[in-house]
Design a protein around this ligand. Structure first.
Ligand SMILES: [Zn+2]
Length: 248
């Protein structure tokens, strides 16, 4: 999983890669896969870049409903338009769908794998009387496990309570302190010696290690898993409006 995430990071950070285009393509692709039959397309569950959560029956905030309806009508009109070519239509449709998504927080939520694990851990801890063991375990896999509307609402309410009473903030402080206290680890590229073998080989050698700047140490692996209050807030809003959600 780490390998794929690293490859993905390398890809996204490449100056030759248009990240916006990539992001749009990715969202569209996932939407398509979701609409089709996921287990049939991906029987071995190959996807490790992050976690995409889709609202089963997203309920827009009241104040945004009219605007969303107008945008949906624009999409319908677009489909009937005979003047535009297919690519043009698709591009305009995406733009309208993006607007709809921004007006309805229950449609979609994403965390990359690093952010998802601590967030889901927190949700499981806070909602251990709402989620079953199966829900908790399946929430760590990308196989489309569904959380019902009733549970999603309970989760949203519980998280909101904990945001309001300061529990999330307290958890965040403890979590950051725990991360700070973790000792550095030996660098895996040079086996902690500061000098490595010639790339692509890893291990102790005679070349100054670029993985650790010759120190032989690097930050503890767990420090790659961030957590903050804002991420919990965003997830609570998604859960509240999702009408139940699936974890892909
Ligand atoms: Zn090293």
């Amino acid at each position: 999983m780490g390998e794929v995430a690293r490859l993905n990071d390398a890809c996204v950070s490449s100056p030759f890669f248009n990240q916006q285009f990539y992001e749009k393509q990715r969202i569209q692709l996932h939407r398509l896969l979701y609409r089709l039959c996921w287990p049939f397309i991906n029987p071995f569950n190959i996807k490790t870049m992050g976690f995409d959560l889709y609202g089963v029956n997203p309920i827009a905030p009241k104040n945004n409903k009219l605007e969303i309806k107008a945008l949906e009508e624009q999409i319908k009109k677009l489909q009937d338009d005979t003047e535009l070519d297919t690519a043009d239509k698709e591009e305009r449709k995406w733009a309208l769908e993006e607007k709809i998504e921004s007006l309805n927080p229950g449609i979609y939520f994403r965390n990359n794998v690093w952010w998802w694990r601590p967030l889901w851990n927190y949700v499981c801890e806070a909602c251990d009387d709402i989620l079953t063991e199966k829900d908790m375990t399946k929430g760590s896999y990308n196989d489309g496990h569904k959380i019902s509307k009733a549970k999603a609402l309970k989760i949203a309410n519980r998280l909101q309570e904990q945001l309001d009473n300061g529990d999330v903030e307290a958890w965040d402080s403890k979590y950051q302190l725990m991360l700070q206290k973790l000792p550095d680890e030996d660098c895996g590229v040079c086996d902690g010696t500061g000098y490595r073998l010639k790339p692509p080989k890893a291990g102790a050698g005679s070349i100054p290690c670029n993985g650790c700047n010759e120190t032989g140490k690097r930050k503890h692996f767990a420090q790659s898993y961030p957590f903050n209050v804002k991420n919990v807030e965003e997830f609570a809003i998604f859960a509240k409006h999702s009408g139940g959600f699936s974890v892909f």
